[in-house]
Write a protein that binds this ligand. Sequence first.
Ligand SMILES: Nc1ncnc2c1ncn2[C@@H]1O[C@H](COP(=O)(O)OP(=O)(O)OP(=O)(O)O)[C@@H](O)[C@H]1O
Length: 210
Amino acid sequence: MNDRHHLVLKDVQLALDGASLLTLDAEVGPGEILSVMGPSGSGKSTLLAFVAGFLAPAFDASGRVLLNGRDITGLPAERRGIGLLFQDPLLFPHLSVAGNLRFGLPRAARDRAARVEAALDAVGLAGFGERDPTTLSGGQQSRVALMRLLLSAPRAVLLDEPFSKLDTALRQEMRQLVFGRLREAGLPSLLVTHDHADAEAAGGRILTLA
Ligand SMILES: Nc1ncnc2c1ncn2[C@@H]1O[C@H](COP(=O)(O)OP(=O)(O)OP(=O)(O)O)[C@@H](O)[C@H]1O
């Protein structure tokens, strides 16, 4: 998991009903987390949707998304190699915890069972594999969502208010865990947040949308 990935947003312009929403250029290096901040409606989630490849048709977009030098702007979302982490862990309720983690793993991956076990162990959830995810606490579900994301071996990660549903103590803990893992995996990440403490823990580089 020590690849070094690099995300570039070049001349990105997003508009809605003929009115410009945002214009930006950005570079995010391996293991770097760029916080995206700005008032409600400034386009933070829209920017993530553009980068991920699921921008709503109401928007006009121009500009390029380059991942490791490759222009992925025209690719469908599932072929971009971009992982997502949202406020809600979005675990599949019809799959076990282990089933959710297996879903992250590429089909051709070797040692699937061992990797799922190791992922559970890495976040203090050894023995939880057969549990129904809806019986886990919010923090435990967030950990499973993080490991599912990492097992899918993304080349970049987008986070949209990933900690906003957690209480203060857990938030602190999840920040350390999530940011630590993203850095360790060398993943460039965009973090949408309203919380300056998130941005600070993420390394302090902030892109402010007006
Ligand atoms: N699917 C859509 N169709 C049309 N307009 C949309 C759509 N999604 C968002 N918008 C509009 O685009 C603008 C930017 O919305 P966006 O959700 O990106 O803002 P945000 O900065 O993420 O806000 P918040 O902090 O409240 O989540 C807003 O004016 C919003 O109403």
